[in-house]
Design a binder for this molecule. Structure first.
Ligand code: FPP
Length: 243
């Protein structure tokens, strides 16, 4: 099934807002944390399939800056889940050439989670087949502010002129420096929102929204999103070449 998709028709970079773990748990009368655990299984499925298909960049919104406002026990369960997931998947990531990357204010993460994260990043740094980026303690607005501050400092120090600030230079000062912008953004659980995710980077991304809750999001639905993407006419503000 997966070999029928040509690499040229695939998005180079897919970014996903994984939403609906809580509602999935509620639907099954489970505690919310069980929804996150099931959500981690979907993460595994989608990472594996993306790598098999030949998607080069996969970015997952795993924990937003706003998520710190959740009850302490849920935050701590999510942090533990992230740590155990990374430990469990390390071998497979290394074997499959997956390089882990992280964007966000990771200094706010608990030390134990941060150490596992940094260790996984170090141990997978030679991966060349796919970059898996986790957005953790991430806020799109904060990322833009951080880039603006960095550039303002350079101007203040006399290292740069305000006229030197181009789109490329600004992009190079974001957490995603060196990454291509997402071609496709997927959001599960049917909300029509961007929720502070990659605000600068998604200017021309195609968006696919599905009512499926993240723990139920599997291979078939991901392939459907890719097939929808192939049908889109990406004009980037220009007119179609055939007109
Ligand atoms: C949204 O569901 C999901 C999250 C806040 C966290 C995403 C985390 C995972 C998928 C599991 C662990 C991640 C990794 C990378 C192993 P929600 O709780 O907002 O759902 P709701 O809107 O239905 O309440």
């Amino acid at each position: 099934m997966t070999s029928t998709i040509s690499k040229e028709s695939l998005p180079k970079h897919v970014a996903i807002i994984m939403d609906g773990n809580g509602r999935w748990a509620e639907k099954h009368a489970f505690p919310r944390v069980r929804g996150h655990r099931k959500g981690a299984e979907s993460v595994r499925t989608i990472v594996t399939l993306s790598r098999k298909l030949g998607i080069s960049w996969l970015t997952l919104y795993a924990f937003s800056e706003e998520n710190w406002k959740r009850p302490t026990h849920e935050v701590s369960a999510l942090m533990k889940l992230l740590g155990s997931f990374l430990k469990r998947e390390l071998k497979e990531m290394k074997e499959n050439g997956i390089r882990l990357n992280v964007i966000g204010r990771t200094e706010k993460l608990p030390t134990a989670t941060r150490e596992i994260l940094l260790d996984t990043i170090r141990q997978t740094s030679h991966g060349r087949r796919m970059v898996l980026t986790l957005a953790l303690s991430y806020s799109g607005r904060q990322e833009i502010l951080d880039a603006a501050s960095a550039l303002a400092r350079k101007v203040k120090n006399g290292d740069m002129d305000p006229a030197d600030i181009t789109e490329d230079l600004f992009s190079a000062n974001l957490y995603t420096s060196g990454m291509p912008d997402p071609d496709l953004v997927i959001r599960t659980s049917g909300e029509y929102r961007i929720s502070n995710f990659l605000l600068w980077q998604i200017s021309y991304s195609e968006i696919y929204i599905t009512p499926t809750l993240w723990p139920d999001f599997g291979e078939a639905e991901f392939l459907n999103a890719l097939s929808e993407y192939r049908k889109r006419d990406r004009r980037f503000g220009a007119v179609a070449t055939t007109q």
